[in-house]
Design a protein around this ligand. Structure first.
Ligand SMILES: NC(=O)C1=CN([C@@H]2O[C@H](COP(=O)(O)OP(=O)(O)OC[C@H]3O[C@@H](n4cnc5c(N)ncnc54)[C@H](O)[C@@H]3O)[C@@H](O)[C@H]2O)[C@@H](O)CC1
Ligand SMILES: Nc1ncnc2c1ncn2[C@@H]1O[C@H](COP(=O)(O)OP(=O)(O)O)[C@@H](O)[C@H]1O
Ligand SMILES: [K+]
Length: 464
């Protein structure tokens, strides 16, 4: 579980937010609140078992000393093991307030409940070789492990594994989520992510994806007002049909498949419009009632595909580029897309993203750079899906059903997005990503992509 709609901040932003608070309130009071939140959360899982609290040298360790003191005062059997002496003034003070014995991490005996206060946002390098195996053993031997702020051994801003063990049950994020709670190795290593308000106001344009608020069609609605979606068919017609089906089930009023031939399956309500080449498509896309065009799923990469793509790029219509369209654009995506006036959405998976962009850094930074370079909203897919807009707004979806890792689900996302775009939803990308993930959850295990659109109406009904 990841809290929906929760702000996400980097280590530096969190520090800045903390420092702003310390100008009007003693740091020790804030740390008392953080430690109290940890103690409260840990107490829910203790059930009378002995607790081992691990304390590192920094303020994460400071929180650990507070939590240990409060748990002990509440009558629990608590032992502390530290990796060394407390190294910050606040941690030293909290160590003094603990007043009891502090064992060494290296001699610590496992206990059923473990609280990890070794490192939080201050971890700057891989866990030292001595620490990593001892910590991993204590986690493995515990029935329940609660990590303070972050599991020790995760890089805060990227979620990179710097020696973090497996098996952490829950992580209590302090004040705000950090990228590591929703990206990379953090996805698997944080366990349940809980968020504690510790009285530090944070401002962020980055949040986790939350359930959208959608509206049912008004009494005067007609098929065009609901949104007209055009999906361009290419070499692999099945992919375009999946997108078209998703657009229909995702709420579009009218969906047209721009196709090379008349034949082919698909729902009866799907309208086919024959187009031979790029010129034909360019003519067709002068129809002003079109609310969104999808091109890329199963498009192919030959001359015809290139012609179709150029026609779509040249149309003054909202455009969703997926699959082969992204690969065809490759590194020239920025040059092509900056010329467009109408809005553009890109839905690359990791491989397509790499073919298009040079950027490095964590997934959020890379996706923001791509959005800025292309002036498009970028939905960078994967187990952690990062949405970034050119204005710097970020939404992250973590922990969607891993059964989505099957061919064709990306086509379904492109169609779902088209329906939201065509209906005029200003937050189309976030809504589509939520609906897609919810449809997958409703579909249960081992679904095929064809089955996914059928669950979109139920997902939509939960947003009305
Ligand atoms: N500033 C504050 O008063 C507050 C801080 N909070 C807590 O403080 C944490 C951040 O505290 P800090 O900035 O002190 O950082 P940490 O406590 O996360 O760790 C920093 C310390 O670890 C050492 N270190 C870093 N990487 C290491 C490695 N690989 N091996 C061994 N040692 C390593 C550093 O030299 C430094 O001594 C947050 O995650 C949160 O838990 C909360 O209590 C809220 C208030
Ligand atoms: N392990 C996973 N956990 C959650 N979501 C996943 C996982 N793997 C893939 N997905 C999602 O499934 C979809 C796959 O899209 P894509 O790779 O484009 O597939 P295709 O091209 O076959 O349609 C994306 O929405 C992606 O975010
Ligand atoms: K920790």
């Amino acid at each position: 579980m990841i809290p929906p709609g929760a702000p996400i901040v980097t280590a530096a932003q969190m520090r800045a937010a903390e420092e702003a608070v310390f100008r009007r309130e003693p740091q020790l009071d804030v740390m008392e609140r953080a430690g109290a939140a940890v103690a409260r959360e840990a107490a829910r899982f203790v059930h009378g078992s002995p607790i081992l609290v691990l304390a590192g040298p920094g303020n994460n360790g400071g929180d650990a000393y507070v939590a240990a003191r409060l748990l002990k005062a509440a009558g629990h059997d608590v032992a502390i093991a530290a990796s060394g002496e407390p190294g910050t003034p606040a941690a030293r003070e909290m160590h003094a307030r603990w007043g009891g014995e502090v064992g060494s991490l290296y001699q610590a005996r496992p206990r059923p409940v473990l609280v990890d206060g070794l490192f939080g946002t201050g971890l700057t390098r891989p866990l030292e070789r001595g620490i990593a195996p001892v910590f991993a053993e204590l986690v493995a031997a515990a029935r329940f492990t609660l990590a303070i702020d972050l599991p020790s051994g995760l890089e805060t801003d990227s979620g990179t594994d710097l020696g973090v063990p497996r098996g952490i049950s829950a992580t209590l994020a302090l004040g705000a989520l950090k990228p590591a709670h929703v990206l990379g190795a953090g996805l698997e290593r944080c366990g349940h992510v809980l968020l504690a308000d510790i009285g530090i106001p944070v401002e962020s344009q980055w949040r986790t994806v939350t359930r959208p608020k959608l509206v049912a069609p008004g009494p005067r609605a007609h098929k065009y007002s609901r949104g007209l979606v055009v999906v361009v068919e290419g070499d692999m017609p099945g992919a375009a049909r999946l997108a078209a089906h998703a657009a229909m089930a995702g709420g579009a009023g009218y969906t047209i498949l721009a196709c090379a031939s008349d034949g082919g399956g698909g729902p009866d309500a799907l309208v086919r419009h024959k187009i031979a080449n790029g010129d034909d498509l360019a003519d067709f896309l002068t129809e002003k009632r079109i609310g969104a065009v999808v091109i890329g799923p199963g498009l192919g990469r030959d001359r015809r595909a290139e012609g179709l793509l150029k026609a779509a790029l040249g149309a003054d219509l909202p455009l969703i580029l997926d699959g082969d369209a992204l690969t065809l654009l490759g590194k020239s995506a920025g040059a092509w897309l900056q010329r467009r006036n109408a809005a553009t959405w890109l839905t690359p998976h990791a491989g397509e993203f790499e073919r298009m962009f040079e950027s490095d850094g964590d997934k959020i930074t890379q996706t923001l750079a791509a959005a800025s370079e292309t002036r498009a909203t970028v939905i960078h897919k994967g187990a952690d899906t990062v949405i970034a807009t050119p204005r710097g707004v970020v939404r992250v979806l973590a922990q969607a059903s891993s059964w989505l890792s099957t061919a064709g689900t990306g086509d379904v996302l492109a169609g779902t997005l088209a329906a939201q775009v065509a209906s005029g939803n200003k937050n189309a990308a976030e809504a589509a990503v939520w609906l897609h993930a919810r449809a997958a959850a409703l579909a249960g295990p081992a679904f095929i992509a064809d089955a996914l659109p059928m669950h979109l109406p139920q997902a939509i009904s939960e947003c009305l």
